[in-house]
Design a protein around this ligand. Structure first.
Ligand code: COA
Length: 200
């Protein structure tokens, strides 16, 4: 591994490296629990809200010429309808919430603190934009799903250590094709949240 370089892109600047982010998402989310059969077409639609929001941020990490990690955030008010819907359904204001899209790292670069750095930079983004609540969602899969790899350790304790808690009543629906499928199916995704004003 060479020296790593972190690049911050905002709004339409993200277009410069949209394929790098797309390729990382397709590679990393192929694994459990996402099992995403990704395509560049799906990615272009998915990432479009980040390019159109002047308040979005994409964090890219480069190892030489290779993009080995990425993380995204934008105000929930600028995010897609799927992310906003559970808050609207619950009659909750969305204007104070910063929405974290994803963190994706190649396996070769995990366990070196980049995941923590992605949280720090995205929480800084929330503060810069005067947003007091950070939120992201995580796919629900059955604990006894036969596709779950033996010894899989999820991110729950990592997220809890960052001060986030699960909100079982706030569930979004996202659609993508599972591996080997062409047609998208709907997946429930439960939100995790942190109020930056409250003690962690
Ligand atoms: C989630 C992800 C971004 C985390 O990135 P990372 O750089 O590996 O994480 P870090 O090195 O910052 O470590 C995060 C925590 O895991 C712990 N950790 C890291 N590697 C570990 C290992 N091999 N064994 C046990 N714990 C480990 C760290 O100590 C840290 O713990 P803390 O909460 O006590 O601080 C990365 O694992 C990933 O891309 N996973 C696949 C995609 C995914 O699930 N994304 C999140 C949802 S979008």
């Amino acid at each position: 591994m060479g020296e790593l370089r972190t690049e911050l892109l905002r709004g339409e600047e993200i277009a410069r490296h949209v394929d790098a982010v797309a390729d990382l998402r397709i590679t990393v989310f192929r694994d459990w629990p996402y099992l995403y059969e990704g395509t560049r077409e799906y990615e272009a639609r998915y990432l479009d809200v980040y390019l159109r929001s002047p308040r979005s941020l994409a964090i890219l990490v480069w190892d030489g010429d290779a993009c080995i990690g990425a993380s995204t955030v934008l105000p929930l008010a600028d995010a897609g309808a799927e992310a906003q819907q559970p808050f609207r359904d619950g009659g909750q204001a969305i204007e104070t919430i910063d929405y974290f899209g994803e963190s994706v790292l190649l396996k070769s670069h995990r366990g070196r603190g980049l995941g923590v750095k992605f949280f720090d930079l995205r929480e800084q983004h929330a503060r810069e934009h005067g947003l007091s609540i950070c939120a992201f969602c995580s796919v629900n899969r059955s604990a006894d799903d036969p596709r779950k790899p033996a010894g899989y350790i999820g991110n729950d304790s990592f997220w809890t250590h960052r001060g986030y808690h699960k909100e079982p009543g706030i569930v979004a629906s996202f659609s993508w094709p599972d591996i080997g499928e062409v047609v998208s199916t709907t997946k429930p995704m439960t939100f995790w949240m942190r109020d930056l004003g409250a003690a962690a």
